[in-house]
Design a protein around this ligand. Sequence first.
Ligand code: F6R
Length: 604
Amino acid sequence: MCGIIGYVGNDNAAKIILDGLKMLQYRGYDSAGIAFHSGQNVEIYKCVGKIEDLEETLGNKGDVFSCGFGHTRWATHGSVRQPNAHPHFFGKVTLVHNGIIENYKDLIDKYDLKDRLQTTCDSEVAAALLDIFYSGDPFEAIRKLLEEIRGTYAFVVMFEDIEDTMYAFRKVSPIVACSHEDERLLASDLMPISLMTDEYFILPEDTVLEMNRKGITLYDADHNEVRPEYRKIDWKADQYDKKGYPFFMEKEISEQPEAIRKTIEHRITDGLPDLSKDGLDEDFVRDIDSIEIIACGTSYHAGLAAKVIFEKYAGIKTNVSLASEFIYSGNIFSKRPLFLSISQSGETIDTIEAVEKAKKAGYPAIGIINVKDSSLSRICDVSLYTDAGPEIAVASTKAYTCQLSLMYLLAFYIGLVKGKVGRDEARSLIRELQKLPEKVQEVIDRKDEFHLLSKRFLDHKDLFLIGRGPDYLALLEGTLKIKEITYIHAEAYASGELKHGPIALIETGMPVIALMTQDELMLKESSNVKETRARGAKVLVIIKESLLPHLGQKVDTILIKDYHDDFILFVAVVILQILAYYIAIDKGLDVDKPRNLAKVVTVE
Ligand code: F6R
């Protein structure tokens, strides 16, 4: 899950490639590299670290080149060290690669490469094979390589003896490209492209792209020219700017009220959900008899929370699957399921593969997606875009609240179409939803209070979070935030499950966060807190104000103002985001780029 960008033109290639790599850094940031064609040969610069480190390594040495490509890496094969960074080279071939070559070990044996390789990377094997197959015809070499390799990939290749030209080909992993006046650009996603032009095309699988000063040409396997299918971009990537915040994550947490407002308001007409501008009509959902939600990570947690609302207000049985597990599932569905995938990036490979599987079986698919024109949106029948704007911090925050608020709207919409909710009830639910931005803002305004409380967790390695029903679902998302940015081992437990095993782990001084927002569940949740305290746990209770008198014990609390029980989960999640953020800040960690992670997971 790496980022690739390639440029040929009259401008300073180094600057364009480095700027593009910064935009692609969300795909991986453990090492980076760049290669230029000098006319005579190919020069490579690479280092461990972020794009800023590469910039420093390169200095102004790249300013003279006008053809080159760059790569930002998230290690799959081969550890994080300089030689393993891309570009890789072998003989006359230099390449960058995103993806995995599954059979690279077999290929090492088959072509007796063991003693000729400098790294343990599958990508270097591809470079070696291309060099072996190359005798002046790049297409023939690529054709032979494609016969040998198995896996998913996006490759961009330069040959030392072919000046100012690069070749690209791919399977599953994306490559998009554009030509604008005298400039050509290709990249892993549209963000760098959008800065150059609003017209682009997706490199089709089974074709090879040739890009040089003359233009971009596509060829199929028989070397026939293929006409690229141009598409329009109707947005422009924002230049990334923290707007005065120390980290993107804090900025993105703070943007949630506005992002939710933007996501829902234009989809409400006369107080009712209106998804017509998204291309969703009543016929699409009228006959569905189940919803199959597919997502990963935070998006999966949004799916779990949405399930409750789909079942309650749309009256539809809803299953939620981790996309990576769905692929191996038994495939027993109702007669007319609707597949609903959720993804901030729209590039998560597991989610894409799961939706492809559903589409192949002939089922309709809706995507709740943040990034416009992403790969997932291209395979869904309808894309409902969240209006969160670019989410740069690796830990997802505003994407979650926007995905979930959009799914609430969708649930009310389906409920109306199916006659499960009346118009008056739907209007009153929408009014509650419209209060969300204000409710979320209220807790964001209290961030200093949460910062102080977060300090109690700083020296702990483990943290338990307990709750029932929607509280448990909010905690699942909270624990993911805590794990990924603070490196504290945090686990959410459905309180009722504690006695079935996990309570054995509670010992004196163990920090526990309990969440209590639901009238119905309060008494049971309160006794679960007592059970953990009786075993020495130090509990912080996040509780809805009106429930406080029923808590029946003296513990530290965070109070949440009263709000509809079906909507209060949003507020709880934002509190947990803020707690996680401040723990990470006080530990001095890189909040936006936590270790071992990448913003987009494009490998299985
Ligand atoms: C956690 C996080 C990840 C993503 C997951 C799915 O903060 O960001 O768990 O939610 O990788 O990504 P998308 O939503 O892009 O499919």
